[in-house]
Ligand binder design. Structure first.
Ligand SMILES: [Zn+2]
Length: 221
């Protein structure tokens, strides 16, 4: 039964990919390495203060209004200092962005990423953590938090269980890295859609940490 479901899902995904026409104007790439290289170049421009703000004018708006072909999906933190379109110097229709405090991968986030990859054909997911993340810090401190903030803390806590970070001045940085690495592993291994795409070579999942001072992203190995 489970095998049948996986087979039908695989066929459905193949149909979706086959049915997607090329974007007119600038076709979105289906090559994760090209997407990653484009994001790295954009981040270098951001860090150097040389933003080009590409594909943000009326022509691009008209191009992508009928359909989107995002070249990458970003699972980032909601923090006001890390907006992906600026960090990567990209434009309209380039990035499919999912954001939540602590860049946690809850079922709604995973479902959104399944849509961007399996349906829209985005070949790359970047899990993007950042320096001084308040959600990770609050989780490490363990103090009571009001309302549904506890749900964020609980989600981050699950990602930090079993990590190798020790109490030290570097604990927060280590935990931010551990959280990103955990989510990269989780997206690559859990659920019915993303691991299958990874296995088929149609999806790459990578992690990165934003340095708030330099704007540079340290990519995880
Ligand atoms: Zn954060």
């Amino acid at each position: 039964m489970a095998q049948q479901r996986i087979a039908s899902l695989t066929i459905l995904i193949l149909i979706m990919f086959a049915a997607l026409p090329d974007a007119h104007g600038q076709p979105a790439t289906r090559d994760a390495e090209i997407s990653l290289a484009t994001l790295k170049q954009g981040n270098e421009r951001f860090a150097a203060g040389r933003l080009e703000h590409p594909r943000q004018g009326p022509q691009r708006r008209a191009e992508v209004a009928p359909k989107q072909y995002p070249m990458a999906s970003i699972l980032g933190c909601s923090d006001s200092r890390v907006p992906p379109e600026l960090l990567f110097d990209q434009g309209l229709g380039d990035l499919f962005v999912v954001r939540a405090a602590g860049n946690v991968a809850d079922p709604v986030a995973i479902g959104s990423l399944e849509f961007s990859t399996a349906v829209l054909g985005s070949p790359l997911i970047v899990v993007l953590g950042h320096e001084s993340c308040g959600a990770i810090d609050a989780t490490l401190k363990g103090a009571p938090v009001p309302g549904d903030i506890q749900k964020v803390v609980d989600a981050v806590q699950r990602g930090l269980e079993g990590d190798s970070c020790k109490p030290s001045p570097q604990l927060l940085d280590c935990s931010i890295r551990a959280n990103v690495d955990y989510i990269v592993r989780k997206l690559s291994a859990q659920g019915a859609v993303l691991p299958e795409l990874v296995k088929q070579g149609k999806l790459k999942v990578v992690g990165g940490i934003v340095d708030l001072d330099t704007g540079k992203i340290a990519w995880r190995p």
